[in-house]
Design a protein around this ligand. Structure first.
Ligand SMILES: Cc1cc2nc3c(=O)[nH]c(=O)nc-3n(C[C@H](O)[C@H](O)[C@H](O)COP(=O)(O)O)c2cc1C
Length: 203
């Protein structure tokens, strides 16, 4: 599908057919996530695939009424790894090695020093890493549409309960749950603001 068509066709799907999602499709979704851009190439996204009937049911019970999580054959639990920020020097070195900064002002500044000066507190780091994970999540959602699958961002869940259910460590924040499966509904486009409502100015 053309990208424009994917953008036009994507919907939040909240009713799924019971048909399983082929294994290669699940891998394609993870591959789409893997290719996402991230600040200093931190790649802070981590995923848990929930597919057993029992765990799907228990996961849905950690949400605020999102029963379609139990119905979807697969839910991708999308997390941010807080520890990934410690890998910044390594990620920068890889980028430098790969020539990403060649011919730009980034080539000459000492990025390690720059980042040390601009170190983030824990809340800023959580927000920054979640922002990066959101990009990978939207890659998953768009690739799912491309493959004929439906999906839905779900953030109405209890963070503590999901982490406990899945045995996730302190370093992980659950950013969103993404149920995936073949759609059993074909919703119309949802309302959107007009371009003139979102374009503040051109200067
Ligand atoms: C960050 C984010 C969080 C969302 N959380 C939920 C959620 O918890 N439950 C839900 O049913 N839909 C959720 N949605 C889906 C939105 O309701 C949906 O994207 C919006 O109504 C527009 O509809 P569309 O996606 O079909 O275009 C979320 C979407 C985003 C991007």
């Amino acid at each position: 599908m053309e990208l424009k068509e994917v953008l036009l066709r994507r919907r939040s799907i909240r009713r799924f057919r019971p048909d399983p999602v082929p294994e290669e499709y699940i891998m394609e979704l993870l591959e789409a996530a893997r290719l996402a851009p991230s600040g200093t190439n931190l790649q802070p996204w981590r995923f848990v695939i929930v597919e057993s009937r029992e765990m799907r049911q228990r996961l849905s019970e950690c949400t605020y009424g999102m029963t379609f999580i139990a119905q979807a054959p697969v839910t991708i639990v999308c997390c941010a790894d807080l520890k990934s920020i410690e890998k910044r020097p390594q990620r920068i070195a890889e980028l430098r090695q790969a020539g990403a900064f060649a011919g730009t002002p980034l080539e000459s500044i000492n990025l390690e020093d720059y980042l040390k000066q601009r170190s983030m507190d824990i809340n800023a780091a959580r927000a920054y890493l979640s922002l990066n994970v959101a990009i990978a999540i939207e890659h998953i959602v768009l690739r799912a549409t491309d493959l004929g699958l439906g999906s839905c961002w779900v953030m109405m869940f209890n963070q503590k309960e999901v982490k406990k259910l899945l045995g996730l460590g302190e370093e992980l924040i659950v950013v969103a749950l993404v149920p995936v499966g073949f759609p059993d509904q074909d919703p119309p486009p949802r309302p959107r603001l007009k371009v003139e409502d979102i374009l503040l100015k051109r200067v």
